[in-house]
Structure formats: C-alpha cells, structure tokens
Design a protein around this ligand. Structure first.
Ligand SMILES: [Zn+2]
Length: 385
C-alpha cells in the first residue's frame, strides 16, 4: 500500500490495533463516537473486524496529516476492495452531494454522503493520475480547508480545478463503478509454470484471500485448483471484467479451467482455507478462433471437470483436447452456449460430430483421441460421469 500511494511512514512507527470480540464489546469499551462501528484515532484502529482495511488506510495516512473528510474517507473507501459502498449499484449515478458541499459540511458523521462523494472523486484521481499525486494533495490540505483552497491545490497538482475534476469523476464512474483493488493486487504474483502453489490459510477471521498473476500477452491459461470457490478479477480498473463463470461454485473441490485472457494483472479470490492453485500457459494454443491452428490440450483423469470459457461475446470459439485412448465416457455440459459441436477433426460438417444443443444441457458421450469442440456462447464443461 505504501508503494502504491507513496505515503510517509517513520521507520519505527507501528499501528496499534484494538480488535473487539463483538459489537457489544465494541459499544461498551471502544472510544469511538456513536454511531461509528469502527474508527481510527492517532494511528490506533478500533474495530470488530480482524483486518479492517478501511481503518488501516486511515492509520497508514495518519502521519501525513488530517485532510478534509472528502479525501480521508474517499481514499479509505476506494482502496477497500469489495466494500459495500463500492458495490452499490446506485454508484453508477452521480452522487447527490457535490465535492464542494462535501468540503463545506466536513464531518461524515453529519452527512454520510461524504463517503460516496469522496469515493467517486478519489477513485477518479487514483485511476487517472499517478497515485503519488494524490498524497501530494492530501498532505497539502488541512482538515479545515475551504473549497477555494482545495481547488487551488488541485489546479497546481493536477492542472484542473475542483469543478473540472469533479465533472470528470462523475462521468468516469458511470462506466466503471468498482473500487481500486490495491490490496488484492499487491501480493507476489503466482508462477505460470504449472507448479502448485500451496496457500495456507492466512489470519483467522479473514473470510477471503486473494492471489495475483500477470499475463504479458493475450494467452490461454490453464488453471487447476482445490478451492471451494474461486473468482477471477482484473487488477486494472479499466480492464474489461473477466468472465464470472470461470469456476462455478457447484463443481467439486478439484477442478480445472481453460480461459483466454488479454495482457494484464489479474487476481483470484478464494475462501481463506488451505488452497492449491496451479497456473500454466499451454504449449501451442488449445483454444482460439482458428480451429486448424490449435494444438490439443492433453487431459488426464485428475483434471476433470474442466470448464472452458470463451472470450467472445458472439462467434465461434474452438477448443481441442487430447483425451487419449481407449474411448472414455465423459459428460459434456452445455449450460450456456447456444450450440456445442464435438468432432474428431476441424470438419464440423462431418457425420461423426455430436451436437449438444442448448435444449439438451448435458450428454454422456464416448470420446477418444483428439476432440475438437466448437462453442457458440460462454462456456462448456467436460466431466467424468
Ligand atoms: Zn473512515
């Protein structure tokens, strides 16, 4: 977080963290003001949450001074990935409270809309400019700054007035209402050589954990995992969201996936249980728009079920598998594609092809050697029956 934002941190400084057992213990013993459910004061966090990202951001920024609440709360909200405020669908609309009114009101306990307005403005500043510029603004502003002073500082740091940046922020967030995933994207990247990363559960009381990986070019990615749930997200807030159906929750704990992703940083979110993840970029290309160019992906029995996801919103996506010999009975699911065709070659007019139309969501089929699939739609799955 420090390298992302570039905040000051004295060498010997630590954060004090008072973790309360429950809401009752918090109400009775914390020094936070009602109606707060957590707070930070002078670098000390008080919370019932084991890892309270929002209050930790406040604690990390406390040596940098006390900026107006619009910025202090805005940055804490927008760097808390999956916070309730970020995921509110209403976020797509312009906030009711303008940046200048939020500065004039000052206290978020008086008007909670300061959180929404702050998140909107700070998200824009962090996404569209060097995040270190935000810390320059933060350090330059006293808690009691007027809108005029804030706008002057914005003009000198960003080259735009408060009203200009606000108008841009309001327009910006309509296209992308999510928070900046700075925490989950800050972890060391997972290897892409197929070696299994054995991820032990991190701190007790944290529901989810995340690990990142980096793709330098558009790639097919093969993933095998033992994880109860697994969700894929993009780190770059401007990246198109990856398919959400990559690993359906109803599959067993051991499963594989084949997906095609553009270059960039991504992260996988999973329940905070011991989890194995192995990522690799297959030799050749087992999936693509040109069937004749594919190199079949060898599949061993331990790799079923495998979920294959098409990156296309329309059009044909081809996948080739090396099933081996003798023939093996497999269940092929077609929950989402409009049309799925399995053939022994790239000739999809051959009489040997098997069609699995959407009206027939799954079929047990004998498959042998190399199988070519033509998908028209989002995903398909091959499983042991
Ligand atoms: Zn706060």
């Amino acid at each position: 977080m420090q390298s992302y934002l570039g905040f000051d941190w004295p060498a010997s400084k630590t954060v004090d963290y008072d973790k309360f057992r429950d809401a009752n213990a918090f109400r009775t013993n914390s020094t936070c003001q009602a109606p707060q459910v957590a707070c930070e004061s002078a670098g000390t966090v008080q919370s019932t949450i084991t890892f309270d990202e929002h209050e930790l951001i406040h604690a990390y920024l406390s040596p940098s001074g006390r900026a107006p609440a619009l910025f202090e709360e805005g940055v804490a909200v927008v760097l808390t990935w999956r916070s309730m405020v970020c995921n509110t669908p209403a976020n797509a609309a312009a906030p009711e409270l303008s940046w200048a009114d939020a500065i004039r009101i000052g206290d978020p306990n008086t008007d909670g809309r300061i959180y929404l307005s702050g998140a909107r403005l700070v998200a824009h500043l962090l996404r569209r400019y060097d995040p270190h510029l935000f810390m320059r603004l933060y350090r330059a502003l006293p808690r009691t700054a007027t809108p005029e002073l804030v706008s002057d500082q914005m003009m000198s740091i960003y080259g735009k007035s408060g009203d200009e940046l606000w108008a841009n922020a309001v327009a910006d967030a309509v296209a992308n209402a999510d928070c900046v995933p700075a925490w989950p994207c800050a972890r060391d990247a997972l290897p892409l050589d197929g070696s299994a990363a054995h991820l032990a559960a991190s701190c007790a009381g944290i529901d989810h954990d995340q690990r990142t990986f980096r793709l330098t070019a558009t790639s097919n990615l093969f993933l095998s995992a033992t994880a109860d749930t697994l969700e894929l997200f993009a780190c770059d807030p401007d990246a198109p969201p990856p398919p959400v159906s990559f690993f359906p929750i109803w599959d067993g704990p051991e499963r594989s996936g084949l997906i095609n992703l553009g270059p960039g940083n991504y992260f996988l979110d999973f329940f905070n249980y011991p989890t194995d993840l192995a990522l690799s970029i297959p030799d050749g290309s087992p999936a693509g728009t040109d069937c004749a160019a594919l190199q079949p992906l060898p599949l061993s029995p331990s790799q079923y079920p495998i979920q294959v996801t098409s990156p296309l919103s329309s059009g044909d996506w081809f996948v080739a598998f090396q099933i081996g010999s003798p023939a093996r009975m497999l269940t092929v699911s077609n929950d989402e594609t409009t049309d799925l065709l399995l053939c022994p070659s790239c000739d999809f007019t051959s009489a040997s092809c098997r069609a699995i139309p959407k009206a027939m969501p799954w079929l047990d089929v004998d498959l042998e050697q190399v199988v070519y699939a033509r998908m028209r739609g989002r995903d398909m799955k091959i499983a042991l029956p």
